[in-house]
Design a protein around this ligand. Structure first.
Ligand code: ZN
Ligand code: MN
Length: 257
């Protein structure tokens, strides 16, 4: 979208293109991965999805909700920058409103950051309420997390041994494999932590106990990550997104809906 003129964008929308909005975070991902992982992966999935369906990819929304200790390591690491929940929700409503005002009726948020989910749900809910009140009933927003669009059996097939706990997959095998596949030159496996899988207590405390988090920032051991696994996960996530968008945005008059 950023590379299109407004006329070209308007033509694509008029022809029925879906607008994909990747949303991520700027967040530490251990010492071996870059800060942009969550939005970079969401954007990569969006761009690859747009090769299979008629879609325009909006520039990614790179800031997300605040990193949490037990899912992202927390905000104490330099370079981790999070938004207050209401800031994220209202900024995303602004983006959705702007896209819809420009004529887009088919919108899809592709989320790459675990902590974003409910604030994006809030944004979609507020946006749909506003669109209804202003007589724009035709706008539909699909909200999906790219990292839920694949079969976890892929992980077991590649890494063997005990299945990975995706709840602790922050800078672990999953994200590291995707980064090796997509941006291998940004990954420093020599800096990858040797620590074992991090177990947390079953509750949170405010202010948080920063010492619960390993000093590296990674929550599980990424050493079994490979580019081949990353390719397989990536392709599966893209296929998953394509299936979702084809089902939700079938052309009008297609009775199979
Ligand atoms: Zn991440
Ligand atoms: Mn994250």
């Amino acid at each position: 979208m950023a590379h299109l003129s407004w006329r070209a964008h308007a033509d694509r929308i008029a022809d029925g293109a879906v607008v994909l909005l990747p949303v991520g975070a700027l967040e530490q991902h251990g010492r071996h991965l870059p800060l942009g992982v969550d939005y970079m992966l969401a954007e990569a999935v969006a761009l690859a999805t747009a090769e299979h369906i008629d879609a325009v990819v909006a520039p990614p929304f790179v800031y997300g909700y605040k990193s949490q200790l037990r899912t992202g390591g927390g905000p104490q690491f330099p370079g981790t920058v999070g938004l207050d929940g209401h800031s994220l929700s209202s900024a995303i409503v602004d983006v959705l409103r702007g896209l819809a005002r420009g004529g887009a009726n088919k919108l899809a948020i592709i989320d790459g950051h675990y902590e974003n989910q409910m604030f994006l749900t809030e944004a979609c809910d507020l946006a749909i309420r506003e669109f209804r009140q202003s007589g724009r009933e035709g706008v539909k927003i699909v909200q999906a997390r790219y990292f839920e669009q694949f079969d976890e059996a892929i992980l077991e097939r590649h890494v063997g041994g005990p299945p990975l706990d995706l709840a602790y997959e922050h800078a672990g095998v999953f994200e590291t494999s995707l980064c090796l596949h997509l941006f291998g030159d940004l990954v420093d496996m020599d800096a990858a932590p040797e620590q074992a899988f991090k177990e947390f207590p079953s509750y949170d405390c405010h202010p948080p106990h920063d010492d619960w988090v390993p000093a590296t920032g990674a929550l599980s051991n990424p050493h079994r990550a490979t580019a081949a696994l990353g390719r397989e996960i990536f392709d599966a996530c893209v296929q998953g997104m394509v299936r979702i968008l084809e089902a939700e945005f079938r052309p009008e008059g297609d009775g199979s809906n």
